[in-house]
Design a protein around this ligand. Structure first.
Ligand code: SAM
Length: 187
């Protein structure tokens, strides 16, 4: 699948290294029609790129980043949770007292797991039931061992397979409920 298949995403931006990169944006274009809704965990410069084509609801723990957003934001600071077997790092994740009522009945077509930062992501393993298990789930930052372990655990909990995408340039990412795999389209 060559980048020139993708007509509406142009590489006219310079993301900051923590944001979703071009290959991930390309992937989303491939699987998600324009105008559909993305639920994004973790906002940043990439959010503005997503907003050019899709509706985006951002979950953000940091008030500084939350205030910058022009789209709908669920501001949920991090709070402690119990340790999760096979996962180390910080045991902090978005405040469930805020998240649970906000996510209940929320409709979206793709879940993008790109936050909270670095070693604070394993909470999604514990709280994956809060999310719609049938939407496309994209996990960014699989260059990190901890994030590969998170994808592995979430897929195991949902009893679903996942695929990983690795490009020469850009960060690897993984997908559960990948429509490309299901329709047999080559990666
Ligand atoms: C990996 S970033 C999320 C990036 C976002 N999905 C994007 O594509 O721009 C995870 C968290 O880091 C923080 N963050 C966002 N942009 C940042 C930046 N340029 N430098 C440091 N932290 C950032 C925010 O609190 C965000 O929730």
């Amino acid at each position: 699948m060559r980048p020139d298949r993708y007509k509406f995403i142009t590489c006219d931006y310079n993301l900051d290294g923590v944001s979703v990169d071009y290959s991930l944006l390309e992937y989303i274009q491939r699987v998600l029609p324009e105008g559909k809704t993305i639920l994004e965990l973790g906002s940043g410069e990439g959010t503005e790129q997503l907003l050019k084509y899709w509706e985006v609801i951002s979950v953000e723990h940091d008030s500084e980043y939350a205030e910058k957003l022009t789209n709908r934001c669920i501001y949920a600071p991090l709070t402690e949770h119990k340790a999760i077997r096979n996962h180390s790092g910080s045991m902090q994740w978005y405040d469930r007292d805020i998240l649970i009522p906000e996510l209940e009945g929320l409709e979206y077509d793709l879940l993008l797991v790109d936050g909270p930062p670095k070693d604070t992501r394993c909470g999604i393993v514990k709280y994956i039931e809060l999310f719609d298990a049938d939407v496309i789930m994209v996990f960014d930052d699989l260059q990190r061992k901890a994030d590969r372990a998170i994808l592995n655990s979430v897929a195991g909990k949902l009893k679903k397979p996942f695929v990983t995408y690795t490009y020469q340039e850009g960060k690897p990412f993984g997908v559960i409920n990948d429509p490309c795999t299901e329709c047999g389209e080559p990666k």
